[in-house]
Design a protein around this ligand. Structure first.
Ligand SMILES: [Mg+2]
Length: 347
């Protein structure tokens, strides 16, 4: 296990819940008796309560005992999706390394082990950090010139009028065809979210992600019932139990799925299929960190027939010092790797 620090190309990168000049995570190398190595990666996510020191301490204190059962005994690694003892990002870390290792042992790409389709490609939704409207529009124009056509605009409700100006400036910069979503990271009240949604509807925004505080499920539903935009849960969907609770209350139109929130590939697939069973689309959300983690999410996506065709799997492109190579965004799209396991390798 080692700690990886990935400086951001833009050290002023900021969203509604904080600012940070680097992304920090854990690299896990899981070795079998023949010396084959499976790779896992999990990022620190302070706003979801995933602290790097705690994550490392859990791996150090608990993983040796778990691995003593044998690295291929996955039940002892991650438990059942419903009965969870380790924190979700640590489960995801172990689960990812296990899947990579098994894929390498049997010599097939992970998506095939998961029953996924061949040659799956997704459009990449790039996240625009909080800045002035003109600055955000300039960043968006630069990304559009690289081939991106999906953009997620961070907003913060300080004040709402500034967020509207951001959306307007970015639409002007990227043209009518680009798909735009907004992400408030919990910074709006339900009432404010409805008026903001009405104000930005004319700019062709499709998705409004996590408008209200994480545990305000009734607020999400209240906004959903009064909004023309697709209301999507992100922070609110931080466990299988939370996803089920929202589905039962008809609280959202869509769910953002992440390996570290749900605790690994099996749990992500289960959450996506539960959403599909309720007629709710799901999408692969941002996996900010190494290509290892993004590759794992992409293989999982390939196994999901009802997934939205765009995902936030390109944020590694703005991070430096990745410990892995073998996955790149090309013309604003990303294609599942075909080498065994996750299909990425250490630099
Ligand atoms: Mg989000």
């Amino acid at each position: 296990m080692s700690r990886v620090v990935m400086p951001k190309d833009d050290p002023t990168w900021r969203f509604a819940l904080g600012a940070r000049a680097e992304s920090v995570g854990i690299l896990l190398e899981m070795q079998d008796v023949d010396g084959q190595i499976g790779l896992g990666y999990a990022s620190e996510v302070p706003h979801l309560g995933y602290n790097i020191d705690v994550m490392e301490a859990v791996v150090r204190s608990q993983v040796p005992a778990i691995l003593a059962a044998g690295p291929l005994d996955r039940r002892s690694l991650v438990g059942s999706p419903w009965k969870q003892q380790l924190p979700a990002p640590v489960r995801s870390l172990l689960d990812m390394a296990w899947h990579d290792l098994v894929g390498k042992i049997v010599g097939v790409p992970l998506y095939r082990l998961l029953g996924g389709a061949e040659n799956v490609s997704l459009r990449v939704n790039r996240i625009l950090a909080l800045k002035t409207p003109d600055e955000m529009a300039a960043v968006a124009a630069g990304l559009a010139a690289e081939g991106y056509d999906h953009f997620k605009i961070k907003v913060e409700n300080r004040p709402q009028s500034l967020d509207i100006a951001r959306v307007a400036a970015i639409r002007e910069a990227v043209g009518d065809k680009a798909v735009m979503t907004v992400d408030a990271n919990q910074s709006y009240t339900a009432k404010e979210a409805v008026t903001f949604g009405q104000a930005i509807h004319k700019y062709g925004v499709q998705v409004f992600e996590q408008p209200v505080p994480q545990r305000d499920i009734d607020g999400l539903r209240w906004v959903r019932e009064r909004s023309d935009l697709t209301i999507e849960a992100d922070e609110a969907a931080d466990s299988l139990e939370a996803v089920v609770a929202m589905l039962r209350k008809d609280a959202v139109d869509a769910v953002s799925l992440k390996l570290s929130k749900l605790g690994g590939i099996d749990s992500l697939l289960l959450a996506a299929n539960l959403c599909a069973a309720h007629g709710i689309p799901s999408r692969i959300g941002a996996h900010v960190g190494s290509r290892i983690m993004n590759a794992a999410a992409l293989h999982a996506a390939a196994a999901l027939p009802h997934l939205e065709p765009f995902a936030e799997l390109g944020e590694f492109a703005r991070l430096q010092n990745d410990c892995a190579t073998g996955l790149e965004v090309v013309d604003g799209g990303i294609t599942v790797p075909t080498a065994p396991g996750l299909g990425v390798s250490l630099v």
